[in-house]
Design a protein around this ligand. Structure first.
Ligand SMILES: Nc1ncnc2c1ncn2[C@@H]1O[C@H](COP(=O)(O)OP(=O)(O)OP(=O)(O)O)[C@@H](O)[C@H]1O
Length: 576
């Protein structure tokens, strides 16, 4: 069992006339070891500046540099602290002379051990190290110094440093006590960079230490550093490439990894692809989705894609067009009714939520639902349960709700027309479908898609849209969005007499070209007779040049090269 640990401090006066020399310090170390061994008590010595060192550490103790008559504090930590302090006090009052040969031997051992430790440290330092005494003679020369210079320590120890390092100003350093750092010298076989530091003890310059490194070694290190920098630059490049690849992979995922249920949705615009990426993520969950967008932007199409890409795809997708169902009937449409619950309820009827069990209910135009129904809808969203109209039994269903609206629900919440709590219940995953005029780059793909789909359905062989007709499709604002584009293409397929859709197959409100203008296009002859082809050609070239002012622009509008337009203008004498 450990004895009680306590602490005792005592201030004493250091009495040795020569101060704390190394042999006296060795005796203190020896005594401190004895006390530690006998009583388990540690001794520390604190000088008048408050610096405290363990009394077992020779060099630390010696570095306290205690002077005759100086006050010091003996600190004892452990058990039997009184005896320990008394014992150490007695030593400090003594003349520090060993009492017998055994004490001398112990002290010598401590000094030798310490000298060996210092030497090992000195030798193992990787830089060249030379120590000179106050006369400038070499007293130490480590192994690294031997390797760098090619001298052996036994050859140089005792030599004047100037004989080994030509040009060194050692006398100045030993006189002024100032460092000389970073100067180039030649020592033996090597050019080196040296740091020379004087050894000053008690304000007396006792010698100097020269630390040096081989310049070649330094250069090699610099080369290594350069190589390392190059490597790092390459790693940075690789990291950048990896980051780019990850980004592209993400982009690819965003644009390509959509479930096949999303295939019917046409359009490459970033805005549409962003909406599809969210929709595709939503398909993986059961969360409620709110699709926003103007009429005809494809809200129902997206809702279906989410359902058919989800785990519910084998269960029903049930659409409820809220405004189409008169308010009094909406509750029974959604939740069903019991037989006889109201006049005309001659059978029990299942509501859309029950029919959709396991699948998805798509509530289209949710903004049109009255506030009373909104409260009932809130309950089913929160608890997934309801009662049929006229019924008492609570029915639980597992239904994912997708709602859609083209109304500004936030404004409706503010004006009290839409319940705020329902708004938050619905707006879990919001998807915004931009109007077609904000993603016009989708128009060519959509037009081609509808052309193929509808000409097949209408059994007509219409295969293309002229460039100029496409220009008008791109220039129009499409207030009715994709639905309107679909209708325009359907109408054009019906109207065209050949297998290409041209300007005159498009409605006037799309092209802005009046009926008269179009008649002029097909019949420049006022009496209504068909004229020779060249006359039409001449008229159309004249018209295009008048409108577009250059062969280039006219050629673009007509689908001809500027050379052809110029040749025909020349032929018909249209150049003045
Ligand atoms: N990106 C698209 N790709 C192919 N067809 C589309 C696309 N967007 C819309 N459509 C087609 O446009 C028509 C209108 O789409 P949909 O009914 O989904 O729009 P909506 O936003 O739900 O309209 P509303 O608000 O009037 O109900 C549909 O025939 C649909 O197939």
């Amino acid at each position: 069992m450990l004895g009680v640990r306590s602490l005792l401090q005592r201030e004493v006066v250091f009495c040795h006339p020569k101060g704390l020399h190394i042999r006296a310090a060795a005796m203190m170390v020896q005594k401190a070891h004895e006390i530690e061994h006998n009583w388990g008590t540690n001794i520390y010595i604190r000088n008048r500046y408050g610096r405290e060192v363990p009394a077992t550490a020779l060099m630390a103790l010696h570095s306290l540099n205690l002077k005759f008559g100086e006050k010091v504090t003996i600190v004892a930590k452990g058990s039997r602290v009184v005896e320990a302090v008394d014992c150490f006090d007695r030593l400090l009052q003594s003349d520090f002379s060993p009492k017998n040969s055994e004490e001398i031997e112990k002290m010598d051992n401590i000094l030798e051990e310490n000298a060996l430790t210092s030497d090992t440290i000195f030798q193992s330092i990787a830089d060249g190290l030379i120590v000179v005494n106050k006369k400038g003679c070499i007293t130490m020369f480590n192994r690294a110094a031997e390797e760098i210079t090619g001298f052996k320590s036994h050859e140089v120890i005792g030599e004047k440093i100037e004989n080994i390092i030509p040009g060194i100003k050692m006398q100045n350093i030993l006189r002024d006590g100032r460092d000389e750092l970073g100067s180039k010298k030649v020592i033996g076989k090597s050019a080196v960079v040296t740091d020379i530091t004087p050894i000053i003890i008690n304000n007396e310059i006792l010698g100097a230490v020269i630390v040096f490194q081989d310049i070649l070694q330094i250069e090699r290190l610099i080369d290594k550093l350069d190589e390392f920098k190059e490597l790092k630059a390459r790693i940075d490049l690789i990291n950048e490439a990896v980051a780019k690849a990850e980004y592209l992979e993400e982009e690819l995922k965003r644009t390509q990894k959509l479930d096949s249920a999303f295939e019917p949705i046409v359009g490459r615009s970033g805005r549409l692809q962003d909406a599809l990426a969210i929709a595709s993520k939503a398909a993986e969950t059961h969360s409620t989705v709110l699709i926003r967008g103007e009429s005809g932007t494809g809200k129902e199409l997206i809702a279906r894609a989410i359902h058919y890409a989800s785990r519910r795809k084998d269960k029903p997708f049930v659409r409820v067009n809220c405004p189409a169902i008169p308010s009094p009937l909406l509750e029974s449409e959604l939740f069903g009714h019991e037989k006889g619950s109201f006049t005309g309820a001659i059978y029990q009827k299942l509501g859309r939520f029950e029919l959709a069990n396991g699948g998805t209910v798509f509530l289209d135009e949710i903004g049109e639902m009255n506030v009373e129904m909104q409260a009932k809808l809130l309950r089913i969203l929160q608890e997934r349960e309801f009662e049929r109209v006229g019924g008492t039994q609570t029915i639980k269903v597992d239904v994912r709700v997708i709602a859609a609206t083209n109304r500004n629900l936030e404004e409706m919440v503010k004006s009290g027309a839409f319940r705020e709590d329902l708004y938050y219940r619905l707006n879990v995953v919001p998807i915004v479908l931009p109007p077609l005029r904000k993603r016009k780059e989708d128009i060519p793909d959509l037009a081609e898609h509808f052309l193929n789909k509808l000409s097949r359905e209408l059994e007509k062989d219409v295969t293309a849209i002229t460039r100029r007709a496409m220009k008008y499709l791109l220039g129009y604002d499409w207030p009715g969005n994709v639905r309107e584009l679909e209708n325009v293409i359907e109408r054009a397929i019906n109207l065209t007499d050949d297998n290409v859709i041209d300007i005159d197959d498009l409605p006037t409100y799309v092209t802005g070209i009046s009926i008269e203008d179009k008649q002029f296009l097909v019949n420049p002859d006022s009496d209504g007779e068909i004229a020779p082809f060249e006359e039409y050609e001449k008229e159309i070239i004249k018209l295009a040049l008048k409108k577009y002012k250059s062969f280039n622009a006219a050629g673009k509008a007509l689908g001809l090269t500027h050379k052809t337009v110029a040749a025909k203008a020349r032929k018909y004498g249209l150049l003045v």
